[in-house]
Write a protein that binds this ligand. Structure first.
Ligand code: PNS
Length: 164
């Protein structure tokens, strides 16, 4: 079985992430979306909440599993004998960080390959951070996330309040 792991913070999952998951599902027999704990980030959603939103956002896909992991990403793959990591690549600005992560992961475990899927142009600007920022200023995030994520973000921000 051709299995790949798509790791990330997913705080929260965006339509850009869903696009990468959908396209990965066409290439691999099974895609494990791994919600990673990141000690350096203060998330809006805890890992359980992020996983629940991902389960809902991917319910139309049969070959997706949502999981979580705390620690080194490559340990997750080694423990399960998985050899492929999938990452989404947006603008050139992503390249440096992704190149660094792929290089470190390959240095730590030479068996593991990182495969990059280019984001669709309509999602090039999209990130979980920008979604949270727009929502925090009461902007409309309907074009960026699913309805469930939109409601969850607005609920975290204390409900959508009226614009002046
Ligand atoms: O969605 P993000 O925050 O860009 O995802 C980054 C993530 C979680 C994939 C990356 O930070 C990661 O792999 N963290 C796990 C810790 C690790 O393995 N670090 C060494 C590889 S760079």
């Amino acid at each position: 079985m051709n299995i790949a792991v798509y790791p990330g913070s997913f705080d929260p999952v965006t339509l850009g992430h869903i696009d990468i998951i959908e396209r990965s599902c066409k290439v691999f027999d099974k895609v494990i979306v791994a919600v990673m704990f990141n000690k350096n980030k203060k998330p809006m959603f805890d890992v359980g909440e992020r996983m629940a939103l991902l389960v809902d956002a991917t319910k139309h896909l049969e070959n997706v599993v949502i999981d979580s992991h705390e620690g080194l990403l490559i340990d997750y793959l080694i423990e399960r004998d998985i050899k492929v990591l999938v990452k989404g690549l947006r603008a050139i600005s992503d390249f440096e960080a992704e190149f660094q992560m792929a290089s470190v992961n390959r240095k730590l475990c030479s068996d593991i390959e990182t495969v990059f899927i280019m984001t669709r142009t309509e999602y090039m600007y999209l990130s979980s951070s920008i979604v949270k920022e727009v929502a925090s200023f009461n902007g409309d995030i309907s074009d960026f996330v699913t309805e469930e994520v939109k409601m969850a973000v607005e609920s975290k921000l204390g409900g959508k309040h009226e614009r002046d």
